[in-house]
Design a protein around this ligand. Structure first.
Ligand code: GLY
Ligand code: MN
Ligand code: MN
Length: 447
């Protein structure tokens, strides 16, 4: 496990990461008028009338400090000027395997107190009058006696704003997550070429990454043929389709709690579909080159529409110039999602709409409600770039019935519907110089 390995490249970068988090917490607490920061890791939740827990997902606020994804009922407690304290819950439980004793490259940064129960953990958090001066960040029903999360807005806002800038440690974790996911993507392509089912492609992906389903940062999207047109296609069918025309696979991996989010599309050699993949790939690389400090991410999104509309025009699918396709909403029929989002501890990382460190909201452009990032980029921000072109019956029907129907070559659209769609997604870091494409670098290193 990454977190246990003293030789991981993360080890040397971690102390400075914690220092950065302390400085960010100092500022956030001061802005909110609080003296202590308390971060619960989270609690297990059980299904109704059952003893079966839902999969545990650690509080991302806790995960920012610690590469610990499966330690429920623990707390990070930080008071400015003091060493951060980790209250580590290692319950006596013979039904389940409890977390291992705390060890790993991260351990020496904390004062660690091991407890045996959630209730015991509370004894090691600020008490009495200090309780009122705690900013407690977590899901509202993550309760311990006297420790109900209050999620003060000024504290959350400052922390969320700051999360756009990745530390050197976080960047390394994101590179490692990309390397891991790329191993899975290579295996998935091979399985597709060998004629495997969606389920078997998914299994090949898991095997190559070393993850199991619950380790994934999100449910992988593994769509053969028409399923590529379902943006968040949620099944993995075991049966084999009559033909393997196309695969769209959107699948990630994690390292130390940080996420990769990568999509690739493959075809069977059909000329038009292959040209579509090449077109989207060219657009994707042009957009990745735009990931630079000072660039308004909304402009990348709108340029994505123009460039994709150019592909539709050049392939003779839509006979309209790109600007008119954007203005009339025709490009949105084929590209109905945002060009990307922040990436980090969460696949869709927080803070994408913030106007400043103390809040405010930048709305997406009119007509583009699914864009999740509207800020200007800064150095060390990591975003996804994920243009796509899809043939979605529900969206094509009104186009066919509307005033722009004549601009569309419906024979080509019908041909491409059998392939579903194309999406290509990389993870890209903005630097002062040329952007770092974490995904393509990992791909080049894996070959
Ligand atoms: N995998 C989800 C996304 O690309 O946003
Ligand atoms: Mn994705
Ligand atoms: Mn994404």
């Amino acid at each position: 496990m990454t977190a246990d390995n003293p030789h991981t490249p993360l080890a040397a970068l971690y102390p400075a990461h914690v220092q950065t988090l302390c400085a960010r917490a100092d500022e956030a607490l001061a802005a909110g008028g609080f003296e202590h920061l308390l971060l619960p890791s989270g609690t297990l939740r059980y299904q109704f009338l059952d003893d079966r827990p839902y999969p545990f997902a650690a509080n991302p606020q806790f995960k920012a400090w610690l590469p610990l994804e499966q330690v429920p009922d623990s707390w990070l407690a930080y008071t400015p000027g003091r060493r951060p304290r980790l209250v580590y819950c290692q319950p006596d439980d013979y039904w389940h395997l409890p977390p291992a004793p705390p060890h790993g490259y991260w351990a020496e940064q904390f004062e660690i107190i091991v407890v045996r129960s959630a209730a015991q953990a509370a004894e090691h958090l600020p008490t009495g009058s200090a309780t009122a001066r705690c900013a407690i960040l977590g899901e509202p029903d993550w309760r311990l006696p006297g420790r109900v999360p209050n999620n003060p807005t000024p504290v959350l806002e400052r922390l969320h704003w700051a999360r756009a800038v990745k530390t050197a440690y976080e960047l390394e974790a994101l590179r490692m997550a990309n390397a891991r996911a790329v191993r899975g993507h290579l295996a998935a392509e091979e399985a597709f070429r060998a004629g495997a089912s969606e389920r078997a492609i998914h299994d090949a992906y898991l095997q190559a990454t070393g993850h199991n389903d619950l380790d994934l940062p999100y449910d992988s999207i593994v769509g053969l043929n028409e399923h590529g047109a379902v943006l968040h296609y949620q099944y993995k069918r075991r049966d084999l389709p009559a033909a393997h025309r196309s695969l769209l696979i959107d699948a990630g991996a994690t390292a130390a709690g940080y996420c990769a989010d990568i999509t690739r599309s493959y075809g069977d050699g059909d000329e038009l579909f292959q040209a579509l993949i090449a077109g989207v790939d060219g657009v994707e690389q042009a957009l990745c080159a735009m990931v630079r400090p000072g660039v308004d991410y909304r402009d990348i999104h709108l340029d994505c529409h123009r460039l994709l509309a150019g592909v539709l025009r050049d392939l003779g699918i839509v006979r309209m110039d790109p600007e008119s396709q954007l203005e009339t909403g025709v490009s949105s029929v084929f590209f109905p999602h945002g060009v990307g989002h922040y990436l980090g501890l969460q696949v869709h990382d927080v803070g994408g709409f913030m106007a400043g460190p103390d809040g405010g909201r930048i709305e997406p452009p009119d007509g583009h409600p699914f864009l999740r990032l509207t800020r200007s980029l800064v150095e060390e921000a990591v975003v996804t770039i994920e243009p796509g072109l899809y043939f979605i019956p529900m969206l094509l029907a009104p186009l066919r019935a509307g005033p722009h129907a004549d601009a569309v070559d419906w024979a080509k659209v019908e041909h491409l519907q059998a392939f579903g769609g194309v999406r290509i997604e990389d993870n890209v870091r903005a630097t002062a110089d040329r952007p770092e494409n974490l995904t393509r670098d990992a791909w080049a290193a894996a070959r």
